[in-house]
Structures are given as C-alpha cells and as structure tokens.
Design a protein around this ligand. Structure first.
Ligand SMILES: [Fe+2]
Ligand SMILES: [Fe+2]
Length: 378
C-alpha cells in the first residue's frame, strides 16, 4: 500500500511481489513498488529528492494536479477574441476621458505585471520546489501568464496603442512603480537559489510565494480588473472585457495554487510558521493594501458613471482579507461584504459555456469551468 494524502481517491493493491496497482480517477497504473515508494518518500515541497524525470505518480499532492486540470479546462486564446467593437469605441469618442484612462492604466499595468508574475513564478517558485506535481502545476501557471501577456499584445495591436507610451506609463507613474517594487525587490536573490534548509530562508521563500500569489495576483490585480469589467457591464470595450474575464478566472486558480503550496510548505516545515512570521506576512499585506489604494486613486481619481471610488477601495480591503483568511491569518479591515457581487458570476462564468465549446466545436477540453473552492476564489 502506498501512503497518499488524506481524502485522495487513489487506492493501491499488490498484484505481485514487485508491483502495486495504483488507481487514480478512472485510470489504473502498474507501478514498480520499490520505485513508487522511494518516489513518494522523497517528495517534499522543498528539500525533497530532485530528479529530471518529473515522474508525477504516485501523487502526494493531488490538489495540485486537480488545479492543473482545472487550469487546463479553462484554456483560452486571446487572438480569436473579436476587437472590432472595441476599436470602433476607442476611435469614435464613445468613451469618456476617465474611461479611456482606466483602459490605458489597465493595458499599461498588466503589460508589465503579467510578465513579472510569470518570470517570478518560474524562477523563484518553480525553481525552488522539488515535488514533481507541484512543479507541473506551477509550470501551467507560468504558461497562463504567457497567455495573459499575449492578450495585452492583442489589445495593443488592435487599438494601435503606442507601445513606448504604455511602457513609460508603467515606469513613470509612482503608484504603479511603488507597488511593483514592493513585491519584486527581494526576488532576485531568491532566483539565484538559497539554502532552503535554514528557517530564515524558508521564510523568505514562503514570503515570496505569499507576495506573488496572494498580495500581487490576489489583491493588487483585482481593483483594476473590476474597473475594466465595470466598463464591460456597460457594453464598453467588450473584447477587452472578455479577455479580462478569462484572465480573472485564471488568476483565481493561481491564487488557489499558491495558497495550497504555501499551506503544504508550512505543514512540512512547522518551523516556518512562527507568530513573528505570521505578523510579518500580515504587515506585508497591510503595506501592499496601502500601495494598492494609492494606485486605485490614480486609476479612478473620482467617481464616474457606474463606478464609485470608495467601492474599489473597499474591494481592495475585502480581497486582502480573504487572502489572509485563506491562510488562517488575522484580517485587516471591517469590510465583510464584497462590493462587487456581480464579479462572482463573471469569475466563475457559470452561465457561459467553455471557451472552446463556443468557438471550436471539434476541440474538446475538460468540460466545465468550475473553480477550486469557489467561495474563496473571487
Ligand atoms: Fe496573469
Ligand atoms: Fe496569475
């Protein structure tokens, strides 16, 4: 019998001396008993056995594989999103100056931010993980950041936005630069590899996962997503809105994956989870929230049609708290209600069909697009 994580649907039985029959979902695998046990025993989030083979089976972290399947079922392609209407609205004066500014900030910020996340997830998180199924899921996360970067290319090319102007916006607006520097300033050291047997370094790694997936993707992406999707609700820039819907749905899986990896890291390394370190993470989020609120004020200096600045500021608090709660950490605000409940439905796209089912009939993906732990993932 091979030990598996609790609740995992796999069963094993011995059919002969040297093999085990390993059942997972509706598939059956015949594994060499000795190798399977060695592989399972060597699997750790960090400091486990490293092999180039990346043999996934038997799974010690089935939730990572499940999230991988979920991510793949949500696959989408930016190029086929129709931008005709967006172009007409962009060039015909149909948008107010405030609305154009939101779109420009969205394109400017995410053009750089998606790449920063992809690069950091690959060279900070993935490089330091040792368990095959965690690396496997994280590599899919990286691939999705490439899709998100590609969606910005599609937007910029369709609207004929000046690329240099967009890049300059990312560097020249202090609130954008500050929130980015805040997350990324410590990452270069981690990219070079650190000794993860030391508690202090494990904590630096854990903080990097928290920073990238819970503060940046989980909190600092959401207000601007909500602004652009507010325009989409008003039938403005609907091609961009559609892409941001798909992106947001992907982000909810990235947040879930980051939270899962972090939780497993802490389970295996209880020395990481000291009261002082927990306080450090909460403080990290607190400062991230303040930077994000400055950014929201720059994106939406005052209220405009269908958008109230206070709702977006509350939304920052609401998201920060749900990321903290997800890790059992104390919350920061008194905001208990999501000011944008309509986003729930957009994120989960419950009423919409799968991307490929609506576009490429001969292509079948994994079917429905229900997310992991839906209530936690908005
Ligand atoms: Fe992304
Ligand atoms: Fe992401």
């Amino acid at each position: 019998m091979i030990d598996t994580a609790e609740g995992f649907e796999a069963q094993t039985s011995t059919d002969e001396q040297d093999h085990v029959i390993y059942r997972f979902r509706n598939k059956t695998f015949k594994l060499n008993k000795r190798l399977a046990r060695e592989r399972m025993a060597g699997k750790r989030v960090i400091n486990g056995i490293r092999t180039a083979e990346l043999n996934l089976l038997p799974l010690k972290y089935p939730e990572a594989y499940r999230i991988y399947k979920q991510m793949k079922a949500n696959h989408w392609e930016p190029d086929v999103i129709d931008m005709t209407r967006d172009c007409t609205q962009w060039n015909s004066g149909a948008l107010s100056e405030k609305e154009r500014w939101i779109i420009e900030m969205g394109v400017g910020y995410f053009s750089a931010a998606e790449g920063i996340v992809g690069d950091s997830v690959l060279h900070v998180i993935e490089d330091n993980l040792t368990a095959a199924e965690l690396k496997h899921a994280v590599l899919r996360h990286v691939a999705e950041e490439s899709i998100h970067m590609d969606s910005l290319i599609h937007i910029i090319g369709s609207l004929n936005i000046d690329v240099d102007e967009v890049t300059a916006r990312f560097n020249d607006i202090p609130s954008v630069r500050r929130k980015n520097d805040y997350i990324t300033e410590h990452l270069p050291e981690l990219k070079r590899g650190i000794d993860l047997t030391l508690t202090a370094n494990k904590q630096r790694f854990a903080k990097a996962i928290f920073g990238i997936t819970q503060v940046m993707e989980g909190t600092q992406f959401y207000a601007l997503f909500a602004m652009i999707l507010s325009l989409h609700r008003q039938n403005k820039m609907t091609g961009i809105g559609q892409m941001f819907q798909y992106t947001l749905r992907d982000e909810s899986n990235h947040i879930a994956l980051g939270r899962y990896i972090l939780s497993e890291l802490i389970n295996e390394n209880p020395d990481v989870w000291t009261p002082a370190f927990q306080t450090e993470l909460v403080q990290f989020m607190r400062e991230g929230v303040e930077l994000e609120k400055d950014f929201v004020r720059d994106c939406l200096p005052d209220d405009t049609v269908g958008m109230t600045q206070k709702d977006f500021l509350d939304f920052v608090d609401f998201n920060a708290d749900r990321r903290l709660k997800g890790l059992g950490l104390p919350t920061l605000s008194q905001i208990n209600t999501n000011p944008f409940t309509w986003l729930d439905e957009i994120i989960f796209l419950k009423k919409e069909k799968n991307f490929f089912e609506t576009r490429v009939t001969e292509y079948q993906t994994g079917g429905s697009v229900k997310n992991a732990n839906e209530e936690d993932l908005i």
